[in-house]
Design a protein around this ligand. Sequence first.
Ligand code: ADP
Ligand code: ZN
Length: 725
Amino acid sequence: MPDRVSVLLPVPLAGPLDYRLPPGVRTQPGDVVMVPLHGRTLHGVVWDAPPDPGLALARLKPLAPVHGLPRLAAPLRRFIDWVAAYTLSAPGEVLAMAIRAPLLAASPQGQTTGWLPGDARPEGAAMTPARGRLLEVLADGRPRGLADLIREAGVGQGVARAMADRGWLRPVAMERAQAFATPDPDHAGAATLSPQQAEAAEILAENVRARTFSVTLLDGVTGSGKTETYLEAVAEALRLGRQSLILLPEIALSAQWLERFARRFGVAPAVWHSDLTPATRRRTWRAVARGEAAVVVGARSALFLPFPDLGLIVVDEEHESAFKQEEGVIYHARDMAVVRARLESSPIVLVSATPSLETMVNTESGRYGHLTLASRHGGAALPQVAAIDLRVTPPERGRFLAPPLIEAITETLARGEQAMLFLNRRGYAPLTLCRHCGHRFACRDCTAWLVEHRQRRLLQCHHCGHSEPVPETCPACDAADTLAPVGPGVERITEEATLLFPDARRLVMASDTIAGPEGAARAAQQITDRAVDLIIGTQIVAKGWHFPHLTLVGVVDADLGLAGGDLRAGERTLQLLHQVAGRAGRAEAPGRVLLQTFSPEHPVMKALIGGDIAAFMAAEAEGRRPGHWPPFGRLAALIIFGEDMAETDRVAAALGRAAPHGPGIEVLGPAPAPLAMLRGRHRRRLLLKTRRDIMVQPILRAWLASVPVPRGVRVDVDIDPVSFM
Ligand code: ADP
Ligand code: ZN
């Protein structure tokens, strides 16, 4: 009988620690246990690493078993180790993402007392009709809380209390809320699939039945029925009694998706995201671990849930950069989802109308399967996309909507149809300056301009959240009434639209005007109900919404995303604008999209106008291949940051001097990050670029180990960076 085991703790240590098994206690890898560490008691998980037999048993601290928590299955333990090794994170930090939920509310908070009949009628207790009714209710073996029990039995509280006092009823711990109902794969809500959809659905279902790892790209224009199609793969997993995980980039904006799921399967899926209450998290986590939650739809963190029998993963909008987690453990949920699927031997479906170049290249090489839905469902035409050349037909001075766009909106509204204006910028103006002295309002803690939010009378930093009131006079020159907004945000566009279309009912959709998932759902419902005519929004409006009466989309500044100029600026702009465009004309009436741009000849604009995304992506690939840029090479970024600029620069310089070199290895930097200061900390960047056949992790480990990092400076490692800020 073993006398010790290794235990992984949810803290940033290099690996698991060894603990002594008290007499009579046996554990298995995956068991949750309690252990002492530096005078604290922590939850941990028995790990697979063999303990060190060389340590004296007496020097090891004892662990204590924890009952009632499910064991973490082997594939999840492998996954945690894999993600830690790939992202150069401490395994404990990754474990924390997997078990934080149940432990957050480890107190009996999420539990309540339920009642069941005691063993027998206590001596001397008389049976009465009321007591009989109460026992009858409990005869189905399901415990009830006191309130439910007396309501169902139609008896007074005193009856139940008296029975409980005498042991005629016994208390049991009960999860507070109802368990998750199982979605019904054969519920009447299934659409009749078109032949092309049916063919794709059948292949996906076959993959589910195969119970082996496979990756399939499901690609098709917006509105072609990709969701409808992959839900059939979910149905197949349900028929096999296996669990499914569906990752959505922004679950808070997925009200329509959830509704649609409920229509298809009769009940809602389990939902997982960071805004759940601790009690709900804990309950959901356990339901997943016990296999009771058959379908989970979630944000990227759902990837670390303890599914005992995962039969399918779907990543919807796989191209979305929202899948990249940029803080803590820095990982790309789409890529890690593929890894989890492999470790679980389950199929994974990547879904997008504009797949990432990474995924395209994998389909071309045959590593991923590829299914395409070529046309919109029900014969709806794809929207007509045209550019408005702002050099030829500029807006009036101080305005942002060009005459052709105004005209198109006027016509659309006159026909009783809906129009949408898209600008991916919150607030009133991205920059405020003093007309008298030229002073520009910047964040004191970040390399960023303060954004005016006129309704709230605030200047706000969109990076750290700092905000200050708009001053009466210029803080630099004291002049009054000289502050001028520069450039538009959605608030300013709304102001202009109010002047131009005073009779149109307007709705602004931005993350700061829409309160949470309910707010987004309400807004979407208002649009579907035709309670609004003109929608003005940020990227929130681009999400998978289905607005049948929307026929015109105007993109206020199509060039906006191209300005940053990083590796994927073109690809990302195309994906975003294509998705926005896809909101138009989804039902009978044809849709129109107008792009306001200063460069209609830019490849991104041409691809949108001509509808030839494949050609754009092919050109993009040819642009990246020679320099070994991803996906034809590997990237890893080091971000060095600290409050002391000199220290930060010293570490960055030392890393620069110690940079790895060799054939196929290149290091760029150190250089100040574009966001050279964030939340009061200075930031420097280095970028490692290697050929595809070179693993970056060992290089990075050796590199980082060669440079001492003083207290007060930190180095983050970002493997496969998406943001270069
Ligand atoms: P995508 O995910 O490709 O954007 P969706 O699955 O959202 O497309 O489908 C677009 C719209 O068409 C939705 O309202 C959907 O319910 C409807 N739809 C798609 N396929 C069918 C079908 N076979 N029968 C009925 N409605 C369908
Ligand atoms: Zn700031």
